[in-house]
Design a protein around this ligand. Structure first.
Ligand SMILES: Cc1ncc(COP(=O)(O)O)c(C=O)c1O
Length: 469
């Protein structure tokens, strides 16, 4: 009898898809973590430090109190009837929870909701976008999602008909995009970010890649821009954003703007501008320019990766197209605390504390890499990562080859085995052929940073001593 389920009879699109941030090195790290539990002292370190994934709370970031209080009260509304609640929760959390519950049919966070998400929450999101951008936003354009990823998958599902449909994606890129395009059977059309100009995006390069894909019969449907960048950490200049919008307009592309790191900007000379604001300030109206913008509660100062919440804002799509877009609602999006509210001072202190600490950590980690032989690291302007280039000695590249590994994967594996630090090899994100990188998050808590840096330094010096040409 033929095997009912075997790798050979699975969907080939699933087999093709790779997701490096949870790949071989992470699986090895989990094995080592188990070894540390069963045989303490058997490894040269006593903990695994997961710098492979932008998951702030797993490395000790505390959730923002106000958000959790409101969530708790919404999820368990009978608390609102108890006298003790007024001493355990702040007055504004209580009133906010009541306001939110009043907009939820049946006051039930456990119920199926409107397919775009609860209207009251979409109104609040639209108001937030309008105040961020200075241009109106419409609750009907908001799709509440359980994180940005489902929204990305949904758009790929909508746009990709077969392998002749292409999506322009940055290289290096967050592998959600390559994975999603592979799963939906489309073609990733790469454009390289320029490391020598701080991971800049040149529209001349975009045009070349687009023309090249078209000459091969690919129908390029959309352009993905990740701003601030993952894994590259750059924040786009406003002028560059205008050029990107003009490029999409003249080439007939949908702009998929991944803006999940919009709150994570660490340098004074750069500012986040949403593409929605750029598009509107160029004079395009509601129906003129197809734009999908993503936001998520996983990033920013919220770091609520496990709670799953986010939205996409879709503008410039015709009514019949919009009717095709469905979404399961998530109720995890909670509007922020406001000035004058009882918990505002604490909320502000927590938010600023997290963002200021991230900025210090970004600088410390960027400097640490730049101080190591053979490394060059661009400025960590935003997001939660650095993506330094490592100039590996020939001997190390040969040793990697002999071990059957890409050189950066070989380096990352050795780093893990010596220090317990988990990073992702650049090959998981794409990089200019012949260059090698690693992606490291800036998320270890501040008191751990000096130890991380010194472990990294000791390892790197030893590695170079072993392999230096
Ligand atoms: C650029 C980018 N987009 C989207 C996501 C997905 O986030 P989530 O699905 O948790 O909202 C991530 C997560 O790391 C990301 O880095």
């Amino acid at each position: 009898m033929a095997t009912v389920v075997a790798v050979e009879n699975l969907n080939p699109k699933v087999l093709q898809c790779e997701y490096a941030v949870r790949g071989e090195i992470v699986i090895h790290a989990q094995r080592l973590q188990q070894q540390l539990q069963t045989q303490p002292g058997s490894l040269p370190f006593d903990e695994i430090l997961y710098c492979n994934i932008g998951n702030p709370q797993s490395l000790g970031q505390q959730p923002v109190t106000f958000f959790r209080e409101v969530l708790a009260l919404c999820d368990h509304p009978s608390l609102l009837e108890k006298a003790e609640t007024t001493s355990l929760f702040s007055a504004d959390s209580i009133s906010r929870a009541k306001e939110i519950l009043a907009t939820i049919p049946g006051r039930a966070t456990g119920a199926y909701s409107h397919s775009q998400g609860i209207k009251g929450l979409r109104d609040a999101i639209a108001a937030g976008i309008a105040s961020r951008d200075g241009f109106p936003a419409n609750a009907d354009d908001i799709f509440i999602t359980d994180g940005a990823s489902p929204g990305v998958h949904m758009m790929m599902q909508l746009l990709i008909r077969n392998e002749k449909d292409g999506i322009l994606c940055p290289i290096p890129q967050y592998p959600l995009y390559s994975a999603s395009i592979a799963l939906h059977g489309g073609t990733l059309v790469p454009y390289y970010l320029d490391e020598s100009t701080g991971w800049g995006l040149k529209t001349s390069d975009l045009k070349q890649q687009l023309d090249d894909a078209r000459s091969k019969g690919i129908d390029v449907r959309a352009l993905v821009v990740i701003n601030p960048g993952n894994p590259t950490g750059q924040v786009l200049a406003e002028e560059n954003q205008y050029d990107i919008v003009k490029f999409c307009e003249s080439e007939g592309l949908i702009l998929l703007a991944d803006e999940v790191y919009q709150e994570n900007v660490y340098v004074a000379d750069k500012k986040f501008n949403s593409f929605k604001k750029i598009v509107r300030s160029m004079g395009y109206g509601e129906n003129d320019f197809p734009l999908v913008s993503y936001q998520s509660v996983s990033k920013g100062y919220y770091g609520e990766c496990g709670k799953r919440g986010g939205y996409m804002e879709i503008t410039g799509f015709s009514a019949p197209v919009r009717e095709q877009i469905y979404k399961i609602a998530s109720v995890n999006f909670v509007p922020i605390s406001l000035p004058g509210d009882e918990s505002y001072a604490a909320y502000q202190a927590e938010r600023d504390g997290i963002l200021e600490s991230l900025a210090r950590r970004a600088k410390a980690i960027e400097d640490a890499f730049n101080n190591l032989e053979g490394y060059s690291c661009n400025k960590a302007e935003g997001a939660m990562y650095v993506f330094p280039q490592i100039h590996l000695p020939k001997k190390a590249i040969e040793a990697a080859k002999a071990a059957g590994k890409a050189p950066d994967a070989f380096y990352a594996l050795r780093l893990l085995e010596s220090t317990g630090i988990v990073v992702v090899p650049g090959s998981g994100f794409g990089q200019v052929p012949g260059t090698w990188h690693i992606r490291c998050t800036i998320l270890p808590q501040e008191d751990k940073i000096p130890a991380v840096i010194s472990r990294l330094k000791v390892f790197h010096e030893k590695f170079m001593a072993e392999y230096r040409d």
